[in-house]
Design a protein around this ligand. Structure first.
Ligand SMILES: *Cc1c(COP(=O)(O)O)cnc(C)c1O
Length: 388
């Protein structure tokens, strides 16, 4: 145990020690942190649905009708009519034949990737793909090839060399979680076809946010039907909890039979399923929420660039402010907190060494004055730290 304390001390001295911030109150743009109200620019609740009255009412009704727990896994007695209803709703929303739920987005990636490919197969991963994709890939036993971020030339080189793989699977985040940029889906899809590979897109940050009807990256590029495995989470824009893949019914049946993350765990509670059903309906009916979110993001990003910050290749509602050093990023987070604004410092290993940053994420609940407040606070902080 002495070794553990030494490792903790090392993290602390490198500016890499992480601790939990404990908030109180309903999730929203303003919450109470250590007795003080702070303005949040960190949530993935992009459309502000997590504490929406309609989701709460749906969840309460489900608790009254079904109780809280489900008592068993999906293959025993844990599949309620509600689970099936949500799976068909997601399949319809994503314009795929079928959809299958997992208990989280993390589980979805681990449980899908590790089941669909294995020894003798090859996975091609963007270097900045989410940790859950990497974990699923490692678990699968397939060979893992990582291509440079959004670099389809680097991908093609790897695909060319993979002629003896029995199955090839190309996986990318649709919108990258720490950079806020978009995968080059048209070219990825062309290469997947050319090299007879399956294409999987993780749309955790795009579902409900991009595409005219909020269906995510394939809709954004007009490529619906080109993505074999369309993964998403219900815990971000949908405002609830759980993950899913939209896929063919064959893939769904195979995952039901083989995915350990699906089989060996108790199913999601009815309250969560009912809230997700409501969240997806709101996304379908409320284009103005994503329009407001993206408009605020464009405004904030251009002001930050004008002020001299490096917002990297961000295009959407996630805006990195590159600072480089882990300790400067942490200091920036603390200075912002003193000004009543919470923006997380993202450090190694979530981002590469030297890539520490503030990660500003916007949500539809932010008003113009909130955006102006974070802008002013980040500029003041940048000056105090001598980075602009
Ligand atoms: C958040 C996230 C996940 C995991 O989703 P959870 O529902 O939070 O477990 C998976 N992939 C990406 C890209 C994410 O950002």
């Amino acid at each position: 145990m002495k070794r553990i304390q030494e490792r903790l001390n090392a993290l602390e001295s490198q500016g890499l020690y992480r601790k939990l911030n404990v908030f109180s109150g309903a999730h929203g743009t303003k919450m109470i942190l250590e007795g003080r109200e702070v303005l949040l620019f960190c949530t993935n609740d992009y459309l502000g649905l997590a504490a929406d009255q309609r989701l709460k009412t749906a969840a309460i009704k489900a608790i009254n009708d079904y109780g809280f727990g489900t008592g068993s896994s999906r293959l025993i007695s844990g599949t309620l009519d509600l689970h099936e209803k949500l799976e068909s709703k997601i399949a319809g929303f994503k314009k795929k034949e079928a959809a299958i739920l997992f208990n989280s987005g993390y589980d979805t990636n681990c449980g899908t990737i590790s089941t669909l490919v294995g020894k003798g197969d090859t996975i091609f991963c963007d270097r900045l793909n989410h940790a859950s994709i990497l974990d699923g890939a490692r678990l699968s036993g397939a060979a893992l090839k990582r291509f440079s971020h959004r670099d389809t030339v680097s991908l093609e080189k790897l695909l060319k060399k993979s002629s003896n793989a029995s199955t090839r699977l190309v996986i990318t985040d649709g919108v990258f979680s720490m950079d806020g940029d978009v995968a080059p889906l048209p070219e990825l899809s062309r290469l997947a076809k050319k090299y007879d590979a399956f294409l999987m897109v993780d749309d955790a940050h795009a579902t409900g946010v991009i595409g005219k009807e909020g269906r995510g990256t394939p809709e954004y590029f007009g490529l619906e039907g080109e993505v074999d495995i369309h993964m998403g989470t219900l815990s971000k824009a949908v405002g609830s909890i759980g993950g899913f893949v939209a896929c063919s019914s064959e893939v769904k049946k195979f995952l039901i039979n083989r995915s350990r993350n699906f089989i060996y765990t108790t199913s999601l509670p009815p309250a969560a399923i009912a809230a997700s059903l409501e969240g997806v309906s709101i996304i379908e009916e409320s284009p103005f929420l994503r329009e407001k979110l993206l408009k605020n993001a464009t405004f904030l990003r251009s002001c930050l660039c004008d002020a001299g910050f490096d917002t990297m290749t961000s295009e959407l509602h996630i805006i990195p402010v590159l600072l480089g050093s882990d300790s400067v990023a942490l200091k920036a987070n603390q200075l912002l907190l003193q000004k009543g604004v919470f923006v997380p410092a993202i450090r190694h290993p979530t981002v590469p060494k030297g890539g520490a940053r503030l990660r500003i994420s916007l949500c539809a609940g932010h008003e113009k004055e909130d955006v102006e407040k974070v802008l002013k606070a980040v500029i003041e902080t940048g000056k105090e730290l001598g980075v602009i």
